[in-house]
Ligand binder design. Structure first.
Ligand SMILES: Cc1ncc(COP(=O)(O)O)c(C=O)c1O
Length: 413
């Protein structure tokens, strides 16, 4: 038979091969390069940038809201925990991965936030997957804010529940979605502080909507813990919802507490249910002792120095006001995140690079890390910034801003 070539069967497989020949193993991931090319054309290339141990840049890019990541007491608590308990947790939480230190952290975290109980996970991401999958399932309705964090979105997907996305910060839409359900359990899920623009969810109104319709409320307080509420007790405490029998919160230990890990907080019976059913609790190695120790150290420090939370919020307001006064489109912060709109992904990358060259590290958020199609610079209002540092940050971001008359490609924006 004549040597015929087989046509590619999908637009993804471009390399032709003789009929009967085994596929070329070197071609298996060719599609990856084509996807990378498309991302590059849209200005969406991403690479990790390893930072040096001693970084001369002013850091407004991390989530170290209270400047605790290098606080001597927090670092010492991490080191002490590693020396005492070892480098790793040694197993999953139900086998050998729960130390007395884990239990101490759970008790202190619950008390700090005003919750009945807490359960620590290896990350905030895992905590969100746990809460969503263990508290919902087929036959449950999840009503979710359209701007929720990716980990909440993934939890919704994994849950196999029916998901009703609703508009951003829209309690009326939540009420309508809950009213329209045909029986069955329902869970409303939202970030407390949205991670890109730093705006707050209307928690009291959402809780009211849940109560009117017999639904539970799940709040991801990743950006609220340590920043929002008296002494940083979090968004639920600030909304008068801490300790509610129908409200569950998730937090990360990796932002204001300067450590690593996450937790679910809520009624004791909910926490017990998660212990026995949440797959990211049961099948994941426990949080490393050093991270548990650091989180405990940070929590204790914050209890002694509650003014740190208010200072982070104050820094955010000052950054936002300064950027707005400079003619930039800055978000109005409800916590310690401020974002500034960029005209395009490419412009955002160039802007962030120029800031970095001028000594200030800022976050550069582009699709798919933004809830809409607008790229932004994201600034962390660290509570340990001095007034001079705030002024420096505003001056650099304003000076490096794309000129209004500069031509910008608009791909992605
Ligand atoms: C709102 C929100 N939820 C959850 C997470 C995940 O937390 P972690 O980084 O501890 O996995 C993040 C982290 O970026 C977040 O911003």
């Amino acid at each position: 038979m004549a040597n015929r070539t087989v046509q590619p069967t999908s637009p993804e497989s471009h390399r032709a091969r003789p009929e009967g020949a085994a596929p070329d193993p070197a071609a298996v991931f060719d599609w990856v390069d084509r996807r990378a090319e498309l991302r590059a054309r849209a200005g969406l290339t991403r690479r990790p940038r390893p930072r040096p141990a001693v970084d001369p840049l002013l850091d407004l890019a991390s989530n170290d809201y209270l400047g605790l990541v290098r606080h001597p007491r927090v670092v010492r608590a991490a080191a002490d925990a590693a020396l005492r308990w070892g480098a790793g947790a040694t197993g999953s939480r139900l086998v050998t991965g729960t130390t007395e230190l884990h239990t101490e952290l759970e008790e202190e975290l619950a008390a700090f936030c005003g919750a009945e109980a807490a359960l620590v996970f290896s990350s905030g991401y895992a905590a969100n997957l746990a809460a969503l999958t263990a508290l919902t399932g087929p036959g449950t309705l999840i009503v979710a804010d359209a701007y929720n964090h990716a980990s909440l979105i993934d939890g919704c997907r994994l849950s196999r529940a029916e998901v009703a996305p609703v508009g951003h910060r829209d309690p009326d839409a939540v009420r309508a979605a809950l009213a329209g359900r045909d029986g069955g359990r329902a869970l409303v899920v939202t970030d407390s502080v949205f991670s890109v623009d730093g705006d707050a969810a209307p928690l009291a109104e959402l809780a009211g909507a849940c109560r009117a319709h017999g639904a539970a409320l799940l709040v991801d307080d990743a950006h609220g813990l340590g920043v929002v509420g008296d002494g940083g007790a979090g968004a639920l405490a600030a909304a008068g919802l801490a300790g509610s029998p129908d409200v569950v919160a998730t937090v990360t230990l990796s932002k204001s507490l300067g450590s690593q890990g996450g937790a679910v907080l809520g009624p004791r019976r909910v926490v017990r249910h998660l212990v026995e059913t949440a797959r990211t609790f049961i099948f994941d190695t426990g949080l490393a002792p050093a991270s548990v120790g650091a989180a405990l150290g940070a929590l204790r420090l914050l209890r002694e120095e509650p003014e740190r939370a208010a200072r982070a919020r104050e820094v955010a307001r000052r950054l936002s006001a300064g950027l707005t006064a400079a003619g930039l489109e800055a978000s109005v912060p409800d916590a310690a995140v401020v974002s500034v709109r960029a005209p395009s992904p490419e412009a955002a990358v160039a802007w962030a690079r120029a800031c970095r060259e001028a000594g200030v590290a800022v976050g550069c958020f582009r699709p798919p890390s933004v809830p809409d199609r607008f790229s932004r610079l994201r600034l962390t209002a660290r509570g340990d910034l001095t007034d001079a540092r705030i002024e420096q940050a505003v001056a650099v971001v304003a000076r490096c801003a794309p000129r209004a008359d500069a031509p910008h490609p608009v791909a992605g924006n």
